[in-house]
Design a protein around this ligand. Structure first.
Ligand SMILES: Nc1ncnc2c1ncn2[C@@H]1O[C@H](COP(=O)(O)OP(=O)(O)OP(=O)(O)O)[C@@H](O)[C@H]1O
Length: 319
């Protein structure tokens, strides 16, 4: 996106790039509370290229979730612009916003709070398709493909109710629901934070696979810099409603410029290259044993010793 005027060019942060799929500029969000207005997001700007993952990281309460939700107007920001494929969505009507949901989706931290656990899996995954008025045959096909992409079979799980599944499986169902519409970008809000340690890596793997296979862009929100680093091409570090540092994930990791980023990094464990690949057990009947990046397991858990024990036990049991 090119600035329209000289004044725009002067105020536009230099790190925003031409050709971005999503551009967020000078976003401000606040909430009315009994004790006054809380300013949650204070002038946040970033962009995401096609196929790129931007990690949005920072401590609890710094405004990550509010930023992620504002992209989809859940709720809308007080001011600022969100541009998708060159279109300023801040000016969209409800109808236009509904249509945009085909291209922009969101995955929430707790899957069970984002769908009715008593519904059948096919109906949960088909929710967005129903809202968009997708025809029956195409609906069936899309649900089947989306479930397949998260490692589930519509024949095996389609007619079962969501409450019959584990937390990790429910998160995979919610990923399938987002995928069914064929989005170009998904905002993932702490997608593994509510999951058991051993399941987190599997869900992160599913996200990486679908991202690669669908050439998807992700905005990946997490309080855990290590998880974000594994998932992201680029990282934006948020502190008290502002982005204090943004850049290439490896560069931010190797050479953080902000003291707050350095503080976050100090909490991240380091893993030797030789110990990187491990095999994880299946977590459900339709899963297979799978070799994953140990860093994913480790950073997802933050408790490497515990995971190491589980992994070696399972490796032993299988040999
Ligand atoms: N609906 C709301 N009403 C009032 N205040 C809110 C609301 N949502 C968020 N806030 C406040 O806005 C600030 C940013 O919250 P937000 O949830 O975006 O942060 P976060 O970085 O995602 O933290 P967490 O990971 O804990 O959710 C916090 O001070 C929070 O208390």
């Amino acid at each position: 996106m090119t600035p329209a005027t000289a004044a725009d060019a002067a105020t536009r942060p230099g790190y925003l790039r031409d050709g971005a799929l999503l551009t967020v500029e000078d976003l401000h969000c606040s909430f009315k509370t009994p004790s006054g207005r809380v300013s949650a997001v204070r002038g946040v700007s970033f962009d995401v290229l096609p196929g790129e993952t931007l990690g949005l990281v920072g401590e609890s309460g710094c405004g990550k979730t509010t930023t992620g939700r504002a992209i989809l107007r859940l709720p809308a920001a007080q001011s600022g612009t969100v541009t998708f494929r060159g279109d300023d969505m801040s000016t969209y009507s409800r109808r236009q916003m509904l249509a945009a949901r085909r291209r922009l989706q969101m995955i929430f931290q707790d899957p069970l709070s984002s769908f009715n656990p008593r519904r059948k899996v096919v109906d949960i995954v088909g929710e967005g398709l129903d809202i968009q008025g997708v025809r029956r045959a195409e609906r069936r096909e899309r649900i089947s493909t989306a479930l397949h992409q998260v490692g589930m079979s519509v024949e095996l799980v389609g007619d079962r109710r969501a409450h019959e599944f584990s937390g990790g499986q429910c998160q995979r169902i919610s990923i399938a629901r987002a995928l069914a519409l064929g989005p170009e970008l998904i905002v993932c809000d702490e997608p593994v934070a509510s999951l058991d340690v051993s399941v987190q890596a599997r869900v992160l793997n599913v996200l990486q696979d679908i991202r690669e296979n669908n050439d998807l862009s992700l905005v990946f929100v997490s309080h855990d810099l290590a998880v974000v680093k594994v998932m992201s091409d680029r990282i934006a570090v948020m502190h008290r409603g502002r982005i204090v540092e943004i850049g290439d994930a490896d560069a931010v990791y190797a050479n953080p410029s902000h003291p707050y980023t350095r503080r976050l990094l100090d909490a991240v464990p380091v893993i030797a290259e030789s110990e990187r690949r491990v095999t994880l057990p299946a977590v459900s009947d339709d899963d297979e044993w799978r070799t994953v990046d140990r860093e994913l397991v480790e950073v997802a858990s933050g408790h490497f010793a515990a995971i190491g024990e589980v992994v070696s036990e399972n490796v032993k049991a299988s040999s």
